[in-house]
Design a protein around this ligand. Structure first.
Ligand code: MN
Length: 440
């Protein structure tokens, strides 16, 4: 239970696939990654599951029908042929590991099944990527101590960090029905807010539209009502991760959030990247959890294990870029506005999961946990505009001379990320993209 994450032949940096990796966006998906997603294409509009490999997608239903996954249990094969990832997420962790090993063997250079597997691989440019998981519950946390301090300072300069922060990963229940795949347009939402100089709220399009760069964590098997998951077993209950943008309307949020917290200022859209990177693929990038601050009380015993301290962190480096309509029209490249790192998160994804069900709350396969904004200690490592703009005191200057406070119509926000470790093949996550459309 307290062992280091398992590395096997699927993580070997020397391993190569026979699938072409010439496309520029193929570098995210070497054979050591094998993330899972859901897609359709013109030839077959029926949604099905797939695996990203180089610039291709392996059609899992076709692979099952061709008998390529015959060595796996019938239930794993049935889940692979399903229309959503949820059934696969509900399988025991060892079956998911066995699937990864089978996929790796099929796609590796020298595979005896290359010809039959090749018939199941489509070009990624020919498919439409869909929402991979039927998310029934979405919870968003607040696990960056830098984000908590930077935002807390705006409200309570003397006392930015609230006393609960060192004791538990703070969270709120979000809205599952508006978790959508990358590329879903974001229509500027309406809401009540106090406008400059007015004591009464008015209803209208938000004037403080923000993004939050986060990691999304998908629950695997989950737990029955009343049966918590210990921190030692939490890694078995996590299926994988994605990139997540918790779009936020700060003016709506500010007026409505007292005393019950986030509501309509966030429930209008949450975007996720289409590929789910499994916990197995992340094994080479597990690192120690961020150090506890010296003044923090000792962790409650249910939130502490040596394994979580030693291997609970994830070395994931994010990049957030913004491109305005004028920048795109002028052929300018997107502008990098933040490069936060997940290693700086104060709470681990396993502590998030264990804390979530510590009261007996049932987590279902495919439930989504947001990490909260990922922000680091420096100005280059901030994960949202609320922090970058210091509550409206600063603006950002874009290439071409435009300035930005909060997001404008036509702005496109893109989150990407990568994992890099010495002696290991780097892996990526694809992208979580959204473009701001005028209010309806
Ligand atoms: Mn958030």
């Amino acid at each position: 239970v307290n062992a280091a994450p398992l590395l096997d032949e699927t993580h070997d940096a020397a391993l190569r696939s026979w699938v072409s990796a010439a496309a520029s966006d193929a570098a995210d998906f070497p054979i050591q990654n094998l993330p899972l997603g859901r897609f359709a294409n013109c030839a077959d509009p029926q949604p099905r599951l797939g695996v990203a490999i180089g610039d291709g997608v392996l059609d899992l239903r076709a692979a099952v029908n061709a008998g390529l996954l015959q060595a796996l249990p019938a239930a794993t094969q049935a889940a692979c042929a399903g229309a959503w990832l949820n059934d696969l997420m509900a399988r025991p962790a060892h079956e998911v590991v066995a699937l990864r090993r089978s996929l790796s063997a099929l796609l590796a250079l020298g595979s005896r099944e290359r010809q039959r597997t090749e018939a199941c691989v489509l070009r990624r440019s020919d498919v439409r990527l869909l929402m991979p998981v039927d998310v029934r519950n979405y919870t968003d946390f607040y696990t960056s101590i830098h984000h908590a301090r930077n935002t807390g300072r705006q409200l309570r300069p003397q006392n930015p960090l609230l006393p609960n922060f060192h004791h538990l990963p703070v969270g709120y229940h979000g809205r599952a029905s508006t978790v959508c795949v990358s590329g879903t347009p974001l229509y500027r939402p309406h809401g009540q807010a106090l406008r400059e100089g007015s004591e009464l709220p008015t209803f209208g399009p938000t004037q403080a539209l923000d993004y939050e760069c986060e990691l999304g964590v998908y629950v695997g098997r989950g737990n029955a009502l009343g049966q918590p998951v210990s921190l030692g077993h939490a890694p078995d209950a996590v299926f994988g991760v994605c990139l997540l943008n918790d779009w936020s309307a700060r003016d709506i949020q500010r007026f409505e959030a007292q005393p019950l917290g986030p509501f309509l200022g966030k429930s209008f859209l949450t975007s996720v990247s289409p590929w789910v990177v499994t916990l197995e693929a992340l094994a080479p990038f597990r690192i120690p959890a961020a150090a506890r601050e010296p003044q923090a009380a000792p962790l409650s015993s249910y939130l502490h294990t040596p394994a979580d301290r030693n291997f609970g962190g994830l070395d994931i480096r994010f990049q957030v870029t913004l491109s305005s309509r004028a920048m795109r029209d002028a052929g300018r490249a997107p502008c990098l506005i933040g490069s936060p790192q997940f290693r700086d998160q104060y709470w681990t994804i396993f502590q998030m999961l264990t804390h979530h069900c510590s009261n007996g709350c049932a987590l279902l396969p495919g439930d989504l946990l947001g990490s909260g904004t990922v922000s680091g200690p420096s100005d280059e490592e901030l994960g949202c505009l609320l922090e970058l703009l210091q509550g409206g005191q600063r603006t950002i200057t874009l290439p071409g001379g435009e300035t930005r406070g909060y997001l404008q119509d036509g702005d496109e926000l893109r989150i990407t990320a990568s994992c890099v470790a010495e002696g290991r093949a780097s892996i990526g996550f694809g992208a979580c993209v959204g473009c701001v459309m005028p209010a309806l």
